[in-house]
Write a protein that binds this ligand. Structure first.
Ligand SMILES: Cc1ncc(COP(=O)(O)O)c(C=O)c1O
Length: 383
């Protein structure tokens, strides 16, 4: 009998792997369904990305191991993009680290700094990957509730003193998955002050920084003092619909960046050179792509939100990202109960709020990753 490690045994089934299994069963039975469960855009990646990848895959030098630190070319492209977008200056050699997607970096980052018995502060509801950091390192998790009544921001004053004193890393994510909230500057300032006061590292997940409709979201690095405590994570997955390419980056405090680099140097062996070249050119050339993407998503959002509200859904949130976070209708016991109803009676696959943590209970998440015609069909089914 081969046994999993004690650490692996602690992992609950990964939410989206479970949903994938359900979808595979439906496909096997040849049942058609509408999939609005996972944040994997249906929209094509920019032409630049496809062309560059094809072209640079042919270059022999790219068959070799890449630098752990990422190519200078990509680090410089990230530096210029960050300056243009956030007016934040970064040093390409010590404050930027390309990643195999932001998930990889977000989780591996904790390996560099989190010790057994220390606290990891995790938003609930939140991206399911964060808690893995604690399971892998033997750290304890303190969940910070993101409540509708507090605009889905954690109330830092409610974190118990005993937890603050033993907390090592706090994950924050705005624009937020799944609640769609955007954090105001005043909250980010408070978070930086709080982390500085208690010696907590702020791991800021900004994967959705470009997926907004009205107000432009901030970088944590725009906040005074942030570079003393924070590292920020970005992704090509959402901004450029490049989920499969596996490309992202971390930027911020140089000690934090160097810790992550040390972990990665012992785990992976760099990012395929052609993909790094693809990332560089995409960042440089594709600013209009993101504007078009936002327009398309806004059209979907406006249609779906007003449709849900007409049907009678309450508390429908869609301020940013490509999700809609809505309260489940009255009469359903739980978000799983409602998600199962959607699957079996309406053939719609959506994500139950509780899958993102205890404080996500009572909500359902729809991903706007299908076009307006399919969304209209979904609304008809939901009526
Ligand atoms: C909040 C958040 N962070 C990080 C990620 C990971 O993105 P990737 O690893 O594709 O860059 C996701 C993906 O859904 C996400 O929703």
């Amino acid at each position: 009998m081969i046994e999993f490690s004690e650490c692996l045994k602690k992992f609950p089934p990964y939410l989206f792997a479970e949903i994938d299994k359900k979808k595979a069963e439906l496909r096997k039975q040849k049942v058609e369904f509408i999939d609005v469960s996972i944040g994997d855009p249906d929209i094509c990646a920019p032409e630049t990305a496809v062309e560059t990848l094809t072209k640079y895959a042919r270059i022999k030098a790219n068959q070799k191991y890449a630098l752990d630190q990422g190519s200078l070319r990509l680090r410089e492209a990230i530096k210029f993009w960050t300056k243009k977008r956030f007016n934040v200056s970064l040093d390409q050699n010590s404050e930027i680290l390309p990643l195999l997607g932001s998930k990889e970096g977000l989780i591996h980052f904790a390996f560099a700094f989190l010790n057994r018995g220390e606290y990891l502060l995790v938003p609930s509801p939140g991206y399911p990957g964060y808690k893995g950091s604690a399971y892998f390192t033997g750290a304890k998790i303190h969940y910070m509730p993101l409540l509708e009544s507090n605009r889905f921001l954690p109330d830092l004053d409610k974190i118990p003193q005993s937890v603050r004193n033993k907390a090592k890393i706090m994950y924050l994510n705005y624009p937020n998955n799944p609640t769609t909230a955007i954090a105001p500057k005043s909250f980010l300032e408070k978070a930086v002050r709080f982390c500085a006061e208690y010696g907590i590292i702020l791991a800021y997940d900004n994967a959705y920084s470009e997926i907004y409709f009205d107000k432009r979201p901030l970088s944590i690095l725009e906040i005074k003092g942030a570079k003393d405590v924070a590292i920020e994570f970005h992704s090509f997955s959402k901004t450029f619909c490049m989920t499969g390419y596996r490309l992202g980056w971390a930027a911020g405090n140089r000690q934090l960046v160097s810790g992550l680099l040390k972990v990665k140097a012992n785990i992976d062996s760099g990012i395929f050179g052609a993909i790094q070249e693809t990332g560089s050119l995409t960042l440089e050339k594709e600013s209009e792509y993101v504007q078009t993407l936002r327009k398309k998503l806004k059209e979907r959002r406006d249609l779906f939100v007003s449709g849900l509200e007409k049907i009678g859904f309450e508390s429908v949130h869609a301020d940013s990202t490509f999700y809609v976070w809505a309260r489940i209708p009255k009469g359903f016991k739980s978000s799983i109960d409602f998600a199962e109803h959607l699957l079996s009676k309406k053939r719609i696959v959506a994500t139950p709020g509780v899958g993102f943590g205890k404080y996500g209970e009572g909500f359902i998440r729809f991903a706007l990753t299908v076009d307006v015609l399919v969304l209209k069909q979904a609304l008809k089914l939901l009526e």
